[in-house]
Design a protein around this ligand. Structure first.
Ligand SMILES: [Zn+2]
Length: 235
């Protein structure tokens, strides 16, 4: 049974004003959507996702699990090399509400270290794309959307932006059909929306169906798909 609505209720946003739920559409005077992909990099799924995004000249943000970055550094580097931005999604996909803040932050730091080392050992640092677009901005998304106040505070003190979402596709849920997954976006996305997909095996059936259709539908309506970069926080 679905327990959470696809569109984030205004009350959540009001209760947690320090987290980023969406970008206001007047900052982006035109039509912009922010696609985000959690839980990768995953062989087969992430490269497929990158190919589809490329077909629509779409940029997105990938919230990576540290352990997966360690296993697949080449896929991680390709994400950045293709002009997408990346964020920290902890090292082992920990549940914030059931984890002590100290342990949570240690797990976060491990992921940060792996991400930093992977970037440093690649030739991406010199890449014009990465530097110009400031893709390496400190973004964090809590697994399961779970974050204790103390964890959120500590991460923000470390200079991280906590990126939540305004539209969730439930692509990982077995009871959600591919059509329902697609409709959760079509019914709810508006300019400035942050949309959650997963580049994981679990979500692949629904995501592979919905993503190309979302890109097609909104491209035809004149929308652009952008990565979350430091430019989103400059105003
Ligand atoms: Zn996740």
């Amino acid at each position: 049974m679905r327990l959470v609505p696809s569109k984030t209720p205004w009350l959540f946003k009001k209760l947690f004003p320090n987290y980023v739920w969406e970008f206001s559409s007047d900052i982006n005077s035109d039509k912009v959507l922010y696609l985000t992909f959690d839980d990768g990099p995953t062989p087969k799924i992430t490269p497929w996702t990158l190919d589809v995004l490329k077909q629509y000249n779409a940029k997105a943000t990938f919230f990576c699990i540290g352990e997966n970055v360690k296993k697949h550094p080449e896929i991680f580097n390709t994400i950045l090399a293709q002009g997408h931005s990346i964020g920290n999604h902890t090292n082992t996909h920990v549940e914030g509400w059931h984890t002590k803040t100290k342990a949570y932050l240690e797990d976060f730091r491990k992921a940060e270290e792996i991400i930093t080392t992977t970037i440093e050992s690649s030739n991406l640092q010199d890449s014009q794309i990465v530097n110009q677009k400031s893709l390496i901005v400190n973004l964090f998304r809590p697994p399961f959307g779970q974050l204790k106040t103390s964890q959120g505070k500590a991460l923000r003190r470390l200079g991280y932006k906590i990126i939540m979402w305004s539209v969730v596709t439930f692509d990982w849920e077995e009871y959600i059909t591919p059509e329902k997954c697609l409709n959760s976006v079509l019914k709810n996305a508006t300019s400035g929306s942050i949309i959650v997909f997963h580049d994981s095996i679990k979500a692949s059936r629904n995501m592979r169906y919905a993503l190309p259709k979302v890109l097609d539908y909104y491209s035809k309506k004149g929308f652009r798909f952008e990565a979350i970069t430091s430019a989103n926080f400059n105003s």
